[in-house]
Write a protein that binds this ligand. Structure first.
Ligand code: GZL
Length: 309
């Protein structure tokens, strides 16, 4: 379904792009993906000549809410943000609605029942990403009759990508009852978090076959822990991650990761297009799903030279 911008004086006609002001409340700078996402959004708005006010919430919801409130106070024309977790947004989104400021969700979703609180949600299908990770495992172990012990490094607790990547993966691996997730814990999408949790997993689980990490950064942390334990990542313990940022793709090409499900951070141009369409009084899709693929080790070697991030 399409939706026009709620509130706002629609008869005011389009503003000149250099008069528009957009407030963006970013999650933080927790991962290579986030850094690439921030760079892409900032350069897309610079290229479009649209002023972007930007804030980094250090992965704290109260900081994102504060940033959104300040954008409302400043009377920006549009607000865009990537909700660090799914819940707890209705109050501040109702304040933006009351102020007639349209809100666009990028990257992550909110669980609000009231869909009038945002104009569009632009981001990946995280359940599908989890399914793609699980499908690779089904194929990889198609002929095994032995149990396959999996440990899962979860993203930020309560974040849409963490919830959905776990859900999609679990649904898929349920097709083979040799698979069992023997341990699952959040590493908060960071390299340090992934390393710390993997060290604990290695201490308490003698026989781990597979790591499923909700992002490359936690997978890279797990590699450090696995090597410190004298094991060979990609061989003794297979690793599947999500994102496909440069460091992850390098580890994949080097054989330390076995499969990566891409999650594109390049949302900047699509976000600018949404703002321009709304400014022209047009309507945008309620849900815009980003294009993305998957990479094996061979495909990573091929793709690495052209990767932008
Ligand atoms: C996914 C994004 C996630 C990435 C992580 O769209 O929200 O947050 O997968 C990032 O790398 O920290």
């Amino acid at each position: 379904t399409d939706s026009a911008a709620p509130g706002g004086d629609s008869d005011a006609g389009p503003k000149a792009l250099d008069e528009l002001v957009v407030g963006f409340a970013q999650v933080g700078a927790e991962s290579g993906w986030r850094t690439a996402n921030t760079k892409d959004i900032q350069s897309a708005f610079a290229d479009a000549g649209i002023e972007l006010k930007f804030s980094d919430a250090q992965q704290k919801q109260e900081n994102q809410i504060k940033a959104i409130r300040s954008y409302i106070q400043q009377g920006v024309d549009y607000i865009a943000f990537s909700p660090v977790v799914e819940t707890g947004w209705d109050a501040v989104l109702n304040e933006a609605k009351a102020a007639g400021i349209p809100v666009v969700l990028t990257d992550r979703a909110v669980d609000s029942q009231d869909e009038s609180l945002y104009v569009s949600f632009l981001g990946s299908d995280f359940i599908l990403e989890g399914e793609k990770a699980g499908q690779w495992l089904l194929d990889e172990y198609a002929d095994t009759s032995e149990p396959v012990n999996i440990v899962q490094l979860e993203g930020t607790t309560g974040a849409a990508p963490a919830i959905d990547r776990a859900e999609g993966f679990a649904e898929k691996i349920a097709e083979n009852d040799n698979f069992q997730v023997i341990a699952s814990q959040t590493g908060d999408f960071t390299r340090a978090g992934g390393k710390q949790v993997m060290e604990a997993f290695l201490k308490s689980n003698p026989d781990i076959d597979v790591v499923y990490a909700h992002n490359d950064d936690m997978g890279l942390g797990a590699i450090e822990a696995i090597e410190a334990a004298g094991l060979t990542p990609g061989e003794d313990i297979k690793i599947i991650t999500v994102d496909a940022v440069k460091d992850g793709m390098q580890a994949l090409a080097d054989g330390k990761i076995n499969f990566i499900v891409e999650c594109s951070p390049l949302l900047g141009d699509q976000l600018v297009d949404i703002i321009k369409t709304l400014n022209d009084g047009g309507t945008v899709e309620k849900r815009i799903v980003t294009e993305e693929t998957t990479f094996t080790q061979e495909q990573a070697i091929e793709a690495l030279p052209d990767r932008q991030y």
